[in-house]
Design a protein around this ligand. Structure first.
Ligand SMILES: [Zn+2]
Length: 265
């Protein structure tokens, strides 16, 4: 008998099969995405679509899970693939060395997409795409805010956005003001601070949400999820905005799902 997954058999009968059959998309492999790669490979996922156009640099090594010193200059995709194949030699890994927008068909086939991207615009576009294709979207991210005279503040979020349920706009996480501010500051943001441990907390929580959604082991999977991370206090809590979120999403009505229809002008 294969005892490899014995310690996670509480997930339920057939859960390992569900996990093995699911196609997960991971967009962005630099920080949180590298944790998600590692954990999902341990859990037993075998179908991946991974997106990242970048190569590893020395400044990535403080947080890029699976990277070694000799990997400087290597594609992040190859580092991810090595982790997955080391644990799941028969896994199918669709490596996309492009921004996800350049390979929409690959992303559209995913059952769950993890968004580990930097900008609000990217998140907004990813969620819109996932809604249209009825894909469960899980977003993670962190930032450090510097205020003169105060210690740096580390904050982050984990959001689960499910078709038919409140979206990141409903939750007040994506707002026209944030998108406009970001567009104005484009190119002047510089290198943002990033460290490994908050990524680990956020990615672990995202993986937990995905496994719960696939296996229903908790018997109370819910949507949306909006977890707020306070890195200064090491706290992960329900965001207060959840209480004020409308029950139904007006931004992405279920009826507008499905493939885009292109017509000649
Ligand atoms: Zn909405």
């Amino acid at each position: 008998m294969n005892t490899r997954y014995q310690r996670q058999s509480f997930l339920g009968e057939g859960s390992q099969t569900v996990i093995e059959r699911a196609l997960i998309g991971i967009v962005g492999l630099g920080g949180g995405g590298s944790h998600i790669v590692q954990q999902t490979a341990h859990i037993g996922f075998k179908h991946y679509a991974v997106f990242d156009p970048q190569t590893a640099e020395d400044t990535n090594l403080n947080r890029l899970i699976g990277a070694r010193l000799v990997d400087i200059g290597r594609e992040k995709l190859k580092i991810a693939r090595r982790i997955i194949k080391g644990l799941q030699p028969d896994a199918r890994v669709l490596c996309q060395r492009v921004r996800w927008q350049a390979a929409p068909d690959v992303l559209a086939a995913c059952d769950i997409v993890f968004g580990c991207v930097d900008s609000f615009q990217d998140r907004d576009e990813l969620e819109t795409f996932c809604r249209r294709h009825l894909i469960l979207y899980i977003d993670i991210g962190m930032d450090i805010h510097q205020v003169d005279g105060d210690p740096p503040r580390m904050a982050g979020q984990v959001i689960l956005s499910a078709p038919g349920y409140p979206c990141m706009k409903c939750l007040g996480f994506i707002t026209p003001e944030k998108l406009a501010r970001e567009a104005q500051a484009y190119g002047v943001a510089g290198a943002r601070p990033q460290v490994v441990w908050p990524n680990g907390v956020l990615a672990s929580s995202a993986v937990g949400l995905a496994v719960a959604a696939l296996t229903c082991w908790t018997q109370n999977a819910r949507a949306p999820v909006y977890l707020c991370y306070d890195g200064n206090k090491n706290l992960l809590t329900d965001h207060v905005r959840l209480q004020f979120t409308p029950k139904e999403c007006q931004h992405y009505p279920l009826a507008s799902g499905g493939s885009a229809i292109v017509t000649a002008l």
